[in-house]
Design a protein around this ligand. Structure first.
Ligand code: NAD
Length: 505
């Protein structure tokens, strides 16, 4: 988070009137129309009104983008730059993103419904931070020399893979792209990226800023368009050496098929979750637990892969925690995302709102009780608003406790013993994140070790930060992690060079 000033609603409305949106494909350093000439409409989910017509790319456009990325990869204009120069260019790009923070935050807010307070202070700042952080590592990571026999020098070095494809979801459009672009570009790869169609606008502007910062043509290409054509074409393309995907588990699986049926490209998947938050009976500060539990499930309208959607609470604390949650929810106003005090904007689309409302109906039908929220609100705005919703009396076998809802819907589940809490927490096909609340060091370490999750927060909802890897166990991920220096390795090949020295004459 940064202390950037959040603009007032009036200031945002004035700025929107003068926004110049980039809506065409960004290939080889310039904007161009899709070859098929098609366009699709992107709308503002807070009003249901159209914002812009975006180029609808297809497989031919992916061919063009991959060819540009291939040329840029093969001629070394990026991979063979002095690492210090690659670092300088990426940092110049991050600086430009920071300089355009308010513009990019507005674009993100009107396209996705995310509150302006979040996009200004978090999404765009973290996007720049992520790119800068990976860039700063470029000239500080070394290869190795193996303990080889006399007369041999054996080096172990990392080389870029070549062309990295990336397919991105709509929940953190700029930031999820940065989690791929930061390490993939830092390690010398070139890229072809497809944003989600609901939220394509910010990435197009960010790609243009890369070019303005001096990143060579062809290094970063953006192809907008449907997943079933553009996403699949990237996944199947033989000119792509690696594909990094963030999105649903169902679509993630397809990338493994695409790769298996083609060039066996490397596949990195960051997928969904159904993350538990466990509250042990020794906890006394339930106000703090409620505040963290609310962040875990209501932040970003619950459209968060690591959302803490199952609150697994000891029987002795359930009633008091529910009371604390009711008080806490007053701190989560739902409304116009351009209003600086809003913490929950609309869901990303009408169809996604309908999915979330169907899950709420299924919770009721299966016998859970809605104690907060539960109905669409602010329908007169034309937007897709669902308020913070809490179900009590949930069993872990109910649909709302098993499937990823991707909305602001929390299920409260009771337990009696530590073993039962761990069993409930792990009783999910996913394994992305988990949190636990206890003042007992022994419980904290024991349970953190038992939880099948890639990120465990103790006494707070936490995803770590830029320095720590983020990724999931089981159906939540495959092949790698985002963030941390560990992310650099996954975008490189490891090469052994075995050098035999001639004997001294
Ligand atoms: P999605 O899987 O529907 O779409 C993700 C991307 O894949 C989009 O760009 C989409 O156009 C594309 N796509 C769709 N069908 C495709 C196909 N047949 N072939 C190739 N590409 C295709 O996911 P979403 O609805 O955009 O995002 C929500 C999901 O993302 C949730 O499951 C969430 O948990 C997950 N997510 C995970 C992380 C993480 O780091 N683990 C982060 C954010 C979101």
């Amino acid at each position: 988070m940064t202390d950037t000033l959040i603009p007032t609603r009036d200031a945002s409305l004035a700025a929107i009137a003068s926004l110049s949106l980039r809506t065409r494909l960004f290939i080889d350093g310039g904007f161009r129309d899709a070859q098929g000439g098609g366009r699709f409409t992107t709308e503002n989910p807070a009003t249901g009104k159209p914002i812009a017509e975006v180029a609808e790319g297809g497989p031919l456009d992916v061919d063009l983008a991959v060819a540009a990325a291939r040329r840029a990869a093969d001629d070394g204009r990026w991979s063979r730059l002095n690492p210090a120069d690659r670092k300088r260019l990426l940092i110049a790009w991050a600086d430009r993103i920071d300089a355009h923070r308010e513009e990019l935050a507005l674009i993100e807010t009107i396209d996705s419904g995310k509150p302006i307070a979040d996009t200004v202070s978090f999404d765009i700042g973290e996007t720049a931070n992520c790119i800068r952080w990976h860039a700063e590592a470029i000239d500080k990571l070394y290869g190795q020399v193996a303990p080889a026999p006399e007369g041999i020098v054996a080096t172990i070095t990392h080389e870029p893979l070549g062309v990295v494809g990336a397919v991105i979801p709509w929940n953190y459009p700029a930031l999820m792209a940065a989690w791929k672009m930061g390490p993939a570009l830092a390690t010398g790869n070139t890229m072809v990226i497809k944003p989600a169609s609901y939220t394509a606008l910010s990435l197009l502007r960010i790609a243009e800023l890369a070019s303005e910062a001096g990143i060579p043509d062809g290094v970063l290409n953006v192809v907008t368009g449907p997943g079933a054509s553009v996403g699949e074409a990237i996944g199947r393309h033989d000119g792509v050496d690696c594909v990094a995907f963030t999105g649903s588990t169902d679509v993630g699986r397809r990338f493994l098929h695409y790769a298996a049926e083609g060039n066996l490209k490397r596949v990195l998947l960051e997928l969904g979750g159904k993350s538990p938050q466990i509250v042990f009976p020794d906890v006394t500060d339930l106000v703090s637990v409620a505040a963290n539990a609310a962040i875990a499930i209501f932040m970003n309208m619950g459209e968060n892969c690591s959302a803490g959607s199952r609150l697994i609470v000891h029987r002795s604390k359930r009633a008091a925690l529910l009371e604390a949650l009711e008080v806490e929810v007053a701190n989560w106003p739902v409304g116009d995302p351009l209003d600086s005090s809003t913490r929950l904007g609309p869901l990303v689309s009408r169809s996604h709102m309908e999915t979330v409302l169907r899950y709420i109906a299924s919770g009721r039908a299966e016998g859970a009780r809605v104690v907060l929220g539960g109905e669409r609100v602010l329908a007169e705005s034309g937007g897709y608003f669902v308020p913070p919703t809490v179900f009590d009396g949930v069993r872990n076998d109910m649909t709302i406790a098993r499937e990823e809802i991707f909305g602001p819907v929390l299920s409260v589940i009771e337990f009696d013993t530590e073993a039962e809490a761990v069993a409930l927490a792990n009783d999910t096909p996913y394994g992305l994140a988990a949190s636990l609340y206890t003042d007992d060091l022994h419980v904290a370490h024991r349970v953190a070790r038992d939880l099948k999750a890639g990120v465990v927060g103790v006494n707070a909802y936490a995803e770590g930060d830029q320095t720590t890897p983020f990724g999931g166990y089981r159906l939540s991920g495959f092949g790698g992690h985002d963030k941390g220096v560990q992310a650099h390795d996954q975008y490189t090949e490891t090469k052994t060079t075995w050098i035999t020295l001639r004997s001294r004459p």
